[in-house]
Write a protein that binds this ligand. Structure first.
Ligand SMILES: [Zn+2]
Length: 358
């Protein structure tokens, strides 16, 4: 919680109602250039919790970057104007916004840091460690340790796309409160890999959830919009702002989902999109030879919703094609078409294969 007074971030004082641009120092790059992680602090006029918004831990996952940009500046990309989503005079507490953690990965258009390590397996980082461990440490020691809650914004890797959904540890009640308030129709259970920001932050006492939305290398309107709405819903849920939240009529808590896989290699022609409902036995993709002739069809192994989809046409035997969550057609239709301001109906979906196996 922050009081009505200044918010102090690494010696930088942010007055109530104030905005400050600052940065985490990472030492120097090959040209002797300063390397840093930009941080934007928005301090509300009223006391309340500290929420961290973190994007671009994976340098090629850009939808979350755009989510943070919009929350800082509004749709016109100018802070302090009428279209801003957040009014600091009305806000309780503080937002710590990190639009891009892995700046150099972003410039290289890659997931990893320049040393080809995945920063999201190295939290809480290490003082005096390699360059990726130092990035992880700087973020953890400053942003995570100074926050009450954290939202980590991601997308699918380059070869796939995701229907916007939240991943959270169902066994952590605080994280689940955040996950429910975000307002996606689907929440997947996942404790997160060892060394991931979400897992280590939660273990360190800062409950964290992760948004998976869209694909890498893109600003995608639908994915970005889901992120903006979700963050504002969470801010409302933890008392930072007031807003009329609209929740789906039905929310699915998914313990496990299942991938339909290619049983042969070739070129993939997908017949479905994320969010589509499919019936067991439906043809969801053709795999062809180099001439375009079908060599096999990929059939849905279950009745449910496509929440993840391969977008790279090149497939090898065993590659994941579509991630499908069990769900009846009528239930999915309701969750899409009806909204409520109350707690949605909840359905727990249990399946035999973990989403982490992809
Ligand atoms: Zn990611």
């Amino acid at each position: 919680m922050t009081g009505r007074g200044n918010f102090n971030f690494l010696g930088v004082e942010v007055e109530p109602g104030g905005r400050v641009k600052t940065q985490l120092e990472l030492g120097e790059g090959p040209a002797g250039n300063d390397r840093n992680i930009p941080v934007y602090i928005m301090n509300g006029e009223k006391p309340g919790p500290v929420l961290a918004l973190v994007a671009g831990v994976h340098g090629d996952e850009l939808n979350g970057v755009s989510v943070v940009h919009h929350l800082i500046h509004g749709d016109d990309h100018i802070a302090g104007t009428d279209d801003d989503f957040i009014s600091l005079s009305e806000m309780s507490g503080t937002l710590i916004c990190v639009p891009v953690v892995n700046i150099e990965g972003m410039l290289l258009q890659q997931r990893e840091a320049p040393d080809n390590r995945d920063i999201n397996r190295l939290f809480p980082g290490k003082v005096g460690g390699n360059q990726s461990q130092r990035i992880a440490h700087e973020l953890f020691a400053s942003v995570v340790k100074n926050s009450d809650y954290l939202i980590d914004l991601h997308s699918a890797p380059q070869s796939r796309t995701n229907l916007p959904h939240i991943r959270a540890d169902f066994d952590n009640s605080e994280a689940m409160t955040l996950a429910r308030s975000f307002g996606t129709r689907i929440i997947l259970h996942s404790k997160g890999p060892e060394g991931s920001l979400r897992k280590e932050a939660t273990n360190a006492g800062t409950p964290a959830i992760l948004l998976e939305a869209g694909s890498a290398h893109r600003f995608e309107l639908e994915a970005v919009h889901s992120g903006i709405e979700g963050v504002l819903n969470v801010m409302s849920g933890i008392g930072m702002i007031t807003r009329d939240t609209r929740m789906p009529a039905v929310r699915m808590l998914v313990r496990r989902s299942k991938w339909a896989r290619a049983e042969g290699g070739g070129l993939l022609h997908s017949m479905v999109s994320p969010g589509d409902h499919v019936t067991k036995g439906d043809v969801i993709a053709h795999v062809t030879d180099p001439f375009g002739a079908s060599t096999q069809t990929v059939v849905s192994p279950r009745t449910g919703i496509i929440i993840g989809l391969a977008v790279n046409p090149l497939v090898r035997t065993g590659d994941p094609i579509a991630n499908i969550v069990l769900c009846s057609k009528s239930r999915w239709k309701r969750s899409q078409e009806e909204h409520t301001s109350l707690d949605p109906e909840e359905e727990e979906v249990v399946d035999e294969e973990s989403l982490d196996d992809a």
